[in-house]
Design a protein around this ligand. Sequence first.
Ligand code: SF4
Ligand code: SF4
Ligand code: SF4
Length: 312
Amino acid sequence: MSEAGYRIFDIKRYSINDGPGIRITFFFKGCPLSCIWCHNPEGISRSQTRMYTASKCIQCGACVHFCPSHALRIVRGHGVVCDSGLCTLCGKCAEVCPTKAVEMAAKAYTAAQVYAEIAKERPFFSASGGGVTFSGGEPLYQGEALPELLDYIGRAAEKDGYRLHRTVDTTLFAKPELVREVAHRCELFLVDIKVMDSEKHRKFCGVPNEVILENVRMVASEGAADYLVRIPLIDGVNSDDGNIEATASFLASLDRLPLYVELLPYHDIGKNKHTRMGTVYNRDNVPMAAPSEKTIGNALGIFKKYGVPAKV
Ligand code: SF4
Ligand code: SF4
Ligand code: SF4
């Protein structure tokens, strides 16, 4: 069990997009990828992340006064500016901020605390067929601590007299042994497949994709858990026929098809979070856009041609 606790940067309740039924979704801090369109950039770094929302700041100066590292100053027209070279991410500024203009993204939870949050949502599970989803960031980046947590919450639910549906939303960029351990402790994987060409994958996501594809193949053939595939569909990155054909043909070649493929049209939701983190969205100005209806229809047609169920 993780002695330092599980670093979680968000908990979403009543979630209906992270697996079957009504779910509670935990977002784990830390991801080995760095996709340029990431919706949750505050979840990429394993360590703490400080977020500042200028529109909530009343410029009271409390954070500046209490910062032990003298990293903060108020700059006219910019609100509170942080010198990241001095900031130790101690979180004092968030503690004293009266308006929550400053927040530290991650909080540590023990396994018992994670289960306590899940248990609060139990009334919604049986009626809807829901359960818990571990997302991120990348939950498999927790290493061995993740199977331990899945075991723990499964046993705790059994003691409480019900069977908990556990979903893991993952890139599968992890050691195959770990993927296998997790597969035996969850009911469903939501697997992200972003780009089929490994060089392009490295360019857009920071890592090559061979490990991911091998793990998808393993999950499909070993059959321990169900899986479905989610693809962020982005003009300029992966919505071209060549990539969609390659994805569909890869999935069709597996021993077991995914339950379905879900296409998630591009959204630049991560932009605002980068502003709050003091970092830059899409630093290299890669042209990215939401796909047209025609492109989406075309992609669905390609999956159909390969016999792979797909939807938007
Ligand atoms: S996190 Fe700590 S060191 Fe960083 S700005 Fe806030 S108070 Fe200062
Ligand atoms: S404590 Fe909060 S409201 Fe006050 S100056 Fe700092 S960020 Fe703004
Ligand atoms: S895998 Fe997901 S969480 Fe990680 S960087 Fe990519 S989009 Fe963000």
